[in-house]
Design a protein around this ligand. Sequence first.
Ligand SMILES: [Fe+2]
Ligand SMILES: [Fe+2]
Length: 153
Amino acid sequence: MDMELPSRLLAVQHHQIDQGVEGIVDGTGEPQALAAALKLLREHVYVEEYVLFPPLAGAGLTMPVFVMKREHGEMWPLIRGLEAACAAGVAAADLREDALMLLQRLKVHNPKEEQIVYAAADRHESAHPDAPLLQAMAAARMPEDWVCALAPH
Ligand SMILES: [Fe+2]
Ligand SMILES: [Fe+2]
């Protein structure tokens, strides 16, 4: 598989995020690893919503992009709640229930995203060498107070 594809980079992040969350679910991981995975997840969602989704929605993927954003919004309170719990020093065993809920949502979200949205991102990348998504993704910096588009108020 080519590392120089948006799909590759983003799927590697999915895997890294899953590992941090799974460690808490199966009892082998530490809250610090979960906190790192959650930060990566927020940055990942930012790159998707800020860099990746707008050109793809503009190219006709309106509904899949909307579904992805809705699912990000559904995950957001779990992400923030778990981050706050990690920061407050909550024990790994007491993070398990919410980590499992997040993992279940990721297991539904990520395969659809990879098959539909990332595949379209790769096609977009080869069709628009003048506006490389990979470069824009690498340059993106999430503001600390950024909130995903469809997070509940
Ligand atoms: Fe996503
Ligand atoms: Fe993703």
